[in-house]
Design a protein around this ligand. Structure first.
Ligand code: F6P
Length: 344
């Protein structure tokens, strides 16, 4: 038996821990392992994969990024690409594939499973927006990075009596911004699920000044809307291969910061955390759970339970259908968002 492993979409801290978990449990069971390079890109065209032995997955547990490389190549864009993926799996001698990724990568996995291809998934996304699972690789580390940034911004904001706008990741779901903002004690959190008006932001900042608070920190998701802000110049942001806008190009943090300063007169600075949220060493939590779902993915293969994905539920790893986790994005519920508002 030879298994293939690929990582697709945006990288995330903990991917290497998952690769190691899959590979070590497969090798211990007598299977051979191939690492597919650069996500689905490695299974279209000529096919690009390398054997993974125990030595290759040694020393990678604590390393960020993905040793296999990744891409946003989308085989669902063209039926010929899906055929190429299936052809390459056969040509490379891959008997079962582990697709590690978020909704885009796993949607391809689910479509392949529907066509009878032996594929299982592993949940990964710093956005934390996969349905059903309580864990996605990279989210915990991203939240820790946002938290540290908000902590650091506090001391400089207080020293200069400034408004600090910090822009964090989050496409349709504001999990990273909300949790990082909560943990860091942000004074206002703006996420894609709930539209806020510029007037409300200004009112809140003025109220804080009247209470004697000389600085404020606003955490905003890159995909959030603020009603009443001037629209970005130069039209819409470019799209990636899955048809998603490159949200960092919308510049919500910068546009919000500029407008806040103009309207309130409070000196304002903007920090865009960008890809620092996806870089560097994974937290212990990410290492442990990435390992557990990685080992769980090989277990699914050994039990020939294709089309499934190991997820976290409570303290356990349980298995669900791939199609369940990608059905729609998991959004921040209103009660949690309103609770955060109580603390501003
Ligand atoms: O999908 C995860 C994510 O980190 C989003 O939060 C972000 O908008 C996007 O990827 C950035 O993508 P890229 O790395 O292609 O710029």
């Amino acid at each position: 038996m030879q298994i293939g492993i690929l990582t697709g979409g945006g990288d995330a801290p903990g991917l290497n821990a998952a690769i190691r978990g899959v590979a070590r449990s497969a090798i211990a069971d007598g299977a051979d392992v191939l690492g597919v390079r650069n996500g689905w890109a490695g299974l279209v065209g000529e096919g690009d994969a390398v054997p993974l032995h125990l030595a290759d997955v040694s020393g990678i547990l604590a390393r960020g990024g993905t040793m296999l490389g990744t891409s946003r190549v989308n085989p669902l864009a063209d039926p010929k690409l899906m055929d190429a993926v299936i052809g390459n799996l056969g040509r490379l001698g891959i008997d079962a594939l582990v697709a590690i990724g978020g909704d885009d990568t796993l949607s391809v996995g689910a479509a392949l499973a529907e066509r009878g291809v032996p594929v299982v998934g592993v949940p990964k996304t710093v956005d934390n927006d996969l349905l059903v699972t309580e864990y996605c690789i990279g989210f915990d580390t991203a939240v820790a990075i946002v938290t540290e940034a908000v902590d650091r911004l506090h001391t400089t904001a207080a020293s200069h009596h400034r408004v600090m706008v910090v822009e964090a990741m989050g496409r349709e779901a504001g999990w990273v911004t909300l949790m990082g903002g909560l943990a860091g004690g942000a004074d206002m959190i703006i996420i894609p699920e709930f539209v806020v008006e510029l007037d409300e932001v200004v009112e809140h900042l003025n109220a804080r000044r009247q209470q004697g608070k000389t600085f404020s920190i606003i955490a905003v998701s890159e995909g959030a809307e603020v009603g009443g802000l001037p629209t970005p110049s130069g039209g819409g942001a470019p799209l990636d291969a899955f048809g998603h806008e490159q949200l960092s190009r919308r510049g919500i943090g910068e546009r919000l910061g500029r407008q806040v300063e103009d309207v309130t007169g409070f000196e304002t600075r903007v920090t865009v955390l960008g890809h620092t949220q996806r870089g560097g060493t994974p937290t212990a939590y990410d290492r442990i759970w990435a390992t557990r779902v990685g080992v769980g993915a090989y277990k699914l293969i050994s039990e020939r339970r294709f089309g499934e994905i190991p997820i976290k539920r409570g303290d356990d790893v349980v298995n669900v259908r791939l199609s369940e986790v990608v059905a729609e994005p998991r959004l921040v519920p209103e009660d949690l968002y309103r609770m955060a508002e109580l603390l501003y």
